[in-house]
Design a protein around this ligand. Structure first.
Ligand SMILES: *Cc1c(COP(=O)(O)O)cnc(C)c1O
Length: 366
């Protein structure tokens, strides 16, 4: 038995008629850039999440950068972000001229440690970017409380948390705006790069839309210097077709995680924590084991694909060394980074596959 980390082909086969029709219609209409097919996805996604505006864009890195620009964050402005995330969260701050200020993470939740945020706030601080890492919401109540007290913008990085909830409310609706990625392996994935911004702020929505399309809202009316970060029609059609199944797929991910948890119960394997007030959507199922490289190697030999998210905390990356200067405390993240192991996780995973993965892990983990 070989078990992939994600099985996008199995997912395609399960909805083949929908996808094939979406692609065929888009080609028939030659609606490759913009137009009705993109607007339809934006409307459906906004309704699904419960936000007023959705602006589709090229990918989930561009959307973070476009949002930072739209909020006027630039030279010398400090943005508080977790030490543990995909590199986009930090590099976009640098790319607008800002300074990433790293906050350590919680040892079991993996999201940013809210107790450390206020210590990092000063007169240059402009924003906080919480990341709902692996599919678990960050502690949004306290983050919003701190942000409101200090007048900071909150941009949620929702690349890994489509459908996650915190105290009964969807992630992506707490902050001033949110950024989503539809990278193929994400919980809602395109067949290429894609992303979007959601917000209830009309002005920010308008500015983001302009930035993403050469600074124009009407053709040849370039109000500000923008860029080209549009969602193409084929990706929009595929995303609209897949959105219908997202809630069902999320339920399957949650059920799969519960089954893995049961298989690892009372073992040395440290399983994900799910606070009672949160709905974790398991973009990734991440465990901790002391002998990670041994476990990973044994699984590889058994035909099981695994991954590490992420091997290097962002403050330790050469890319950000000039921004550390004593603000890079991340002992907790540093302490668990060599134990993290992401096991196969996707909606179509079977009990038999999970039993095989778990038995291999349990036979070697210490
Ligand atoms: C995937 C991801 C992004 C970037 O998304 P792309 O669409 O790949 O550019 C940003 N932040 C986090 C936390 C991610 O996981």
């Amino acid at each position: 038995m070989t078990i992939p980390f994600v099985d996008l082909y199995a997912q395609y086969l399960s909805i083949k008629p929908d996808i094939d029709a979406a692609i065929e219609t888009t080609i028939k209409n030659s609606s490759y850039i913009g137009g009705r097919v993109v607007t339809e996805f934006e409307e459906k996604f906004a309704a699904w999440i419960g936000a007023k505006y959705c602006i589709a864009a090229g990918n989930g890195t561009d959307t973070l950068e476009i949002l930072l620009k739209a909020y006027g964050i630039g030279a010398g402005d400090e943005v508080i972000i977790p030490s543990h995330s995909w590199v986009s969260t930090a590099e976009t701050v640098v790319n607008v001229g800002g300074v990433p200020v790293f906050v350590d993470t919680d040892a079991r939740l993996y999201t940013l440690n809210v107790d450390q945020i206020e210590k990092k706030i000063n007169s240059r601080t402009k924003a906080i970017i919480p990341v709902h890492l692996f599919g678990l919401p960050a502690e949004m109540d306290r983050i919003m409380e701190i942000a409101n007290k200090h007048n900071l913008v909150v941009i949620e990085d929702c690349a890994q948390c489509h459908g996650a909830e915190y105290k009964g409310k969807r992630t992506g609706t707490f902050g001033h705006a949110a950024s989503f990625s539809f990278y193929p392996g994400k919980n809602l994935g395109a067949y290429g790069d894609a992303g979007c911004i959601v917000t209830n702020d009309e002005n920010i929505a308008k500015t983001c839309r302009m930035i993403a399309n050469h600074g124009q809202l009407k053709k040849h009316d370039h109000q500000i210097p923008g860029r080209n970060s549009r969602l193409d029609g084929l990706q929009a059609a595929i995303l609209t077709a897949k959105l219908k199944y997202l809630d069902k797929w999320t339920d399957a991910r949650i059920a799969n995680a519960a089954y893995y948890n049961e298989l690892f119960k009372d073992s040395v394997v440290v399983t994900p924590v799910i606070p009672e007030h949160s709905r974790h959507v398991f973009h990734l199922y991440v465990v901790q084991v002391n002998n990670r490289s041994q476990v990973q190697e044994a699984l590889r030999e058994a035909g099981i694909e695994t991954a590490v998210h992420y091997p290097v905390p962002m403050p330790a990356m050469p890319a950000f060394k000039e921004y550390i200067n004593g603000n890079g405390s991340y002992e907790v993240n540093e302490g668990y980074k060599d134990k993290l192991l992401s096991l196969p996780m996707f909606p179509e995973l079977t009990h038999e596959q999970m039993q095989f993965v778990a038995s291999k892990v349990l036979s070697i983990a210490n």
